[in-house]
Design a protein around this ligand. Structure first.
Ligand code: HEC
Length: 201
């Protein structure tokens, strides 16, 4: 039902009351607005079903113990804390909402502590990404040093090509091709506006 869907996406709890593993990034979706949830539900309903059962999880002990997830969550669960900052433009506020919530850029760009919880160094780059590899900082200072302007950042999120003409690799290319290339121009401008201001205040 729609109510079960909302609970799954925002709180990471299945219709049977089980907690999902954080590989499902519900920790970021807690802030999704009611309107976005309704739109997502409509999109899911309109998607043709696939004739293949869901695959089981391939995790090793102790990560295959769902009860352990409950403990992890009590340590690191984020609360829905998105609030509009009235002193900022609507572009900036929408950008923050998109970056922190639906686009969950922090899943890869914010470093995690030893237990896998997000640290407070927002979007400062993760030298030890889960699943291997590293991600660069995408704070205002790092992006400006990398030659990004609002337009070239929008371009990079749309096409995967950086201001120096390099092409994103690895998991980053997936983010462009599976996600950011489909965003509305305005939403990319919003995100770029927010990111090029991040950490300045
Ligand atoms: C699945 C992991 C993942 C997610 C999610 C992700 N990124 Fe990245 N991102 C990376 C990796 C890895 C790199 C480095 C790619 C490379 O070196 O080719 C990167 C690179 C970048 C760069 C280039 C920085 C530079 O120094 O040139 C920008 C800008 C960026 N990401 C923005 C974003 C934004 C905005 C979001 C949210 C919409 C996001 N990323 C979400 C993994 C991710």
């Amino acid at each position: 039902t729609f109510e079960q869907f909302v609970r799954a996406v925002r709180q990471g709890v299945s219709p049977r009351g089980e907690t999902y593993y954080p590989a499902f990034p519900f920790e970021f979706y807690a802030t999704l607005t009611d309107q976005d949830m309704a739109d997502l539900w409509a999109a899911v309903q309109a998607t043709p079903s696939v004739d293949r059962p869901s695959e089981g999880h391939d995790l090793r002990f102790p990560f295959n113990v769902r009860a352990a997830v409950k403990v992890w969550r009590s340590l690191f669960e984020r609360t829905a804390d998105y609030e509009v900052d009235a002193s900022r433009t609507s572009e900036w506020n929408r950008g923050k909402y998109l970056v922190e919530g639906p686009a969950h850029c922090a899943a890869c760009h914010t470093p995690r502590n030893l237990l896998g919880g997000l640290s407070s160094k927002e979007l400062a780059g993760d030298p030890n990404m889960q699943g291997g590899g590293a991600s660069p900082a995408i704070t205002a200072r790092a992006l400006t040093a990398g030659g990004y302007t609002r337009d070239s950042l929008v371009q990079a999120l749309r096409t995967g090509v950086t201001p120096t003409g390099e092409v994103f690799g690895g998991s980053r290319a997936e983010v462009v091709h599976g996600s950011t290339k489909f965003l509305l121009d305005q939403h990319l401008v919003d995100m770029a506006t927010y990111l090029l201001d991040l950490g300045k205040k």
